[in-house]
Design a protein around this ligand. Structure first.
Ligand SMILES: O=C(O)COP(=O)(O)O
Ligand SMILES: [Mg+2]
Length: 236
């Protein structure tokens, strides 16, 4: 793993981005929707730091963790209360999505620079599909991406490599020519298993862990740090 000025130079045709915690700081929206959901089902609200720790493995796991009050609660059967909480969250988040969220510093400039170089760009997120386009629209990021893969596009989500491999295929690029940029273990595992080089950002949500301990090719400070370090193979 390298940081700062010692970033590796990569040859790339395409760049895939995680969404929550990488391109957009969505925690404020998610937290308002989490608290509204807990209130609706008669549970005490949680702190924003708890919501931050529970984000990452998709909506179903977020709800499981909230109802169990534990980061470890990732598997199991859905009870009627899970089903009720999931439905409530979808309603509340549809209202809040994009209202209090902002792209991180360097995102717009960084995406513009990559686009100007002719690279194909995509998003691979565990966020449910229905929320992706409205969020990109409200945060001024729609129009940059050639493919969007969400939490229900395919049978598997990150950390499985399936959505990453599929997105590479849609962009006409081999995984080894596609840089994956994310903020979490789910991203690093999915991208590595797919065969992509991986850059991670330290400012996002990584289920309470420090990304600096993860297997990646570089930790970068901002999306605008990427373009100077890419050699373009050519647009597919
Ligand atoms: O919805 C989540 O759990 C996380 O979404 P992400 O994959 O964009 O970080
Ligand atoms: Mg993320």
């Amino acid at each position: 793993m390298t940081t700062g000025t010692t970033l590796p130079h990569l040859e790339a045709r395409a760049v895939l981005f995680d969404l929550d915690g990488t391109l957009v700081d969505t925690l404020p929206d998610l937290h308002v929707a989490v608290c509204a959901t807990l209130t609706e089902i008669g549970r005490p609200i949680v702190t924003q730091e708890t919501t931050r720790a529970y984000i990452g493995k998709g909506l179903r796991v977020l709800i499981r963790r909230l109802l169990a009050g534990s980061l470890a609660a990732t598997d199991g059967e859905d009870t009627p209360q899970h089903v009720q909480a999931l439905a409530a969250f979808r309603t509340h988040y549809a209202r809040e999505n994009g209202c209090h969220s902002h792209p991180y510093p360097g995102v717009v400039d960084g995406l513009r620079a990559l686009k100007a170089r002719g690279l194909a760009l995509g998003v691979v997120t565990n966020k449910p599909d229905v929320f992706i386009a409205p969020l990109l629209e409200k945060t001024g990021l729609s129009g940059f991406f050639d493919v969007l893969v969400g939490g229900d596009t395919l049978p598997r989500i990150k950390p499985d490599p399936m959505p990453v491999v599929w997105a590479c295929g849609r962009l006409g690029a081999l995984p080894k020519e596609t840089l994956f940029v994310g903020d979490s273990l789910n991203d690093a595992l999915a991208a590595r298993a797919a065969g992509c080089p991986v850059f991670l950002l330290p400012y996002g949500y990584n289920e309470d862990q420090d990304v600096r301990h993860l297997d990646c090719d570089a930790i970068i400070a901002a999306i605008s740090d990427i373009e100077p370090h890419l050699r373009t193979v050519g647009r597919p």
